[in-house]
Write a protein that binds this ligand. Structure first.
Ligand SMILES: [Zn+2]
Length: 309
């Protein structure tokens, strides 16, 4: 499956590069800002695909002496870089759009830019379908994200085509306006991507994940108390370490907790369990009496020490 995914990524990269060149040509020829914005977008898509192609290899390397938690954060770093490029590019498009509104340049929308955008939609339709199939087969979030990306790109391309048709009908101001609309759409996803990447890079974790870890620990009857939980998430991987007060010496406790979390969170889980042995005498009486039929709970336990008596 790894080879198939590689060849799919490579095909997608070639498609992005071809679209970039076509949009560059159509953008220069027509002078339309929305087509130029689309050219920049495809150029960034090519760059991002290339970065992903390289970082996936790096980030999948097993843990080593200098990176005992593995190399998955390289993936977040790649995502952050791509998002920052996107933010800078789209900021330029907005700036250029405002300049063009004040001082409108000559634009000539022929049949070429419209056909290029139609080709773009067909290419995105085809690859988002292939990526979606591959993501279902492998369970990869990265492929799923790619598939979603290209299907939302289809909508943007459609918006551009509509804008170009209106420009042809004489509504020239719509071209820079469309440029701004496209930029805002891409800015929104760039901000979301960089936020998630920054969360990963700074070890931020959602409180509900911490609660899930606590609950998964307590779902084992041998666990009396969760004394400490620490967890960090990198991509779809959860590293957690917990200190638990347990009864006796339960077997495979860590593995059982990890299994519960894997099912509940849908993530890969690596958990380290530190055990603190022991229970108070009162807890012991309570626990043992639960096994006695008819006894629901025990109240008012008094402990008298009879040693030396
Ligand atoms: Zn895109």
């Amino acid at each position: 499956m790894g080879g198939e995914v590689s060849s799919l990524t490579l095909k997608s990269l070639l498609a992005s590069i071809s679209l970039t060149l076509m949009k560059l040509y159509a953008g220069i020829l027509s002078g339309s800002l929305s087509v130029i914005a689309e050219f920049l977008h495809s150029a960034l898509d090519s760059l991002t695909t290339l970065v992903t192609f390289l970082t996936v290899r790096l980030s999948m390397r097993p843990p080593d002496v200098t990176h005992p938690y593995g190399h998955r954060k390289i993936d977040s770093l790649g995502g952050l870089m791509g998002a920052v490029f996107l933010i800078i590019t789209m900021a330029w498009v907005i700036f250029e759009a405002l300049r063009r509104m004040i001082n409108p340049p000559e634009i000539d929308v022929g049949i070429l830019p419209i056909s290029v955008m139609l080709i773009s939609i067909l290419v995105d339709f085809e690859r988002s379908r292939a990526l979606s199939r591959a993501s279902k087969a492998t369970g990869s979030r990265a492929l799923e994200a790619d598939s979603l990306h290209f299907s939302s790109d289809m909508i943007t391309s459609l918006v551009v085509i509509l804008g170009l048709l209106f420009v042809r009908m004489g509504l020239k101001l719509l071209d820079p306006l469309m440029g701004i609309v496209i930029s805002l759409l891409f800015l929104r996803s760039a901000i979301r991507i960089s936020r998630d990447a920054l969360y990963d890079l700074t070890d931020r974790i959602d409180p509900w994940i911490m609660d899930s870890v606590r609950r998964a620990c307590l779902s084992n009857p041998e666990v009396l108390e969760v004394q400490r939980v620490r967890a960090r998430k990198v991509g779809n991987f959860l590293f957690a370490d917990v200190r638990l007060r347990v009864v006796g010496s339960p077997r495979d406790l860590g593995e059982r907790i990890a299994e519960t979390l894997r099912r509940e969170l849908g993530m890969d889980v690596d958990i380290v369990v530190e055990r603190v042995e022991g229970e108070t005498l009162e807890e012991r009486v309570r626990r043992l009496s639960k096994g006695v039929e008819g006894v629901l709970d025990v109240h008012a336990i008094t402990v008298s020490d009879s040693r030396g008596g």
